[in-house]
Write a protein that binds this ligand. Sequence first.
Ligand code: 13P
Ligand code: SF4
Length: 309
Amino acid sequence: MVENLQARIAELKRAKNAVILAHYYCTPEVQAVADFLGDSLALSLQAQSVEADVILFAGVNFMAETAKVLCPEKRVLIPRPDAGCSLAESCDAKDFAAFKAQYPNHKVVSYVNTTVGVKALTDICCTSSNALEVVESLPKDQPIIFAPDRNLGSYIQKLTGRTNMVLWDGACLVHEAFSLEGLKRLKEAHPEAKVVVHPECKAEVVAEADFAGSTAAILTYCGQVDATEFIVVTEAGILAEMKKRMPEKTFIPAPTEDPTCRCNECKEMKKVTLENIITTLEEMAPEVLIDEQTRKAAESAILNMVKNK
Ligand code: 13P
Ligand code: SF4
């Protein structure tokens, strides 16, 4: 029973002095046991102010690594260390170092969806919540490498009008799966609905948006705008929080290219379950461990972001 598992987790959190940080893309039952639920930026900021001895990160491995980089003195647990991210995996640190060497005068802005190895090659990290502010914090004439998401990069390039940005050619499989034709048909069937899109989607899909923004920004927009129906073009995990916060509104998930594959779900995020959270807290493992040299090298890029928010 879900309730019994959730009660056992509450007991273990008390016994181990642990908190659970979870991303909105986790399953609704995992979201329900989180002490703090957020998007990538909010979770990084929250990790810094945790007082408990132990952080269990319900999310993919780069998120737990970021928490460990920011809180080296804490025990950071990850129920499924194999929960990866197609975007982070599209940017190998060695290949990225060779790419960076071609642009010696460029500053590197990297999305947090990267390995610690890539963060160590980065001047300043960003998330989808603050990518615009981070890029604009650099002088207009400063050339920039933006990695690893080509879609977020070109979106920011369009917003800022910066021509001196080179983009790493990476992408998120989930956000790239949405169908432009399917979205257009859904818009015709629901002409009153507002379309909300994550900027990790392809440019032609983002172009259909009434609002484009990070997970947290989409939630805020849906709460504030005078509309009752929304077409949601991002990972389906956000729907649970939308329905919880706005039960009077209707949220329609946008179709993907292959309607049979549930490609609008990040399978990696869904690897975290109530059962593996219990085992992880009981055994206090698997734990995120990063050697101090790599941690230090990655830390300044994340701290530069946190300073900027
Ligand atoms: P945000 O949490 O910044 O919206 O990013 C979405 C995402 O894909 C996280 O992996
Ligand atoms: Fe990575 Fe995309 Fe999953 Fe986010 S939704 S964790 S970017 S694969």
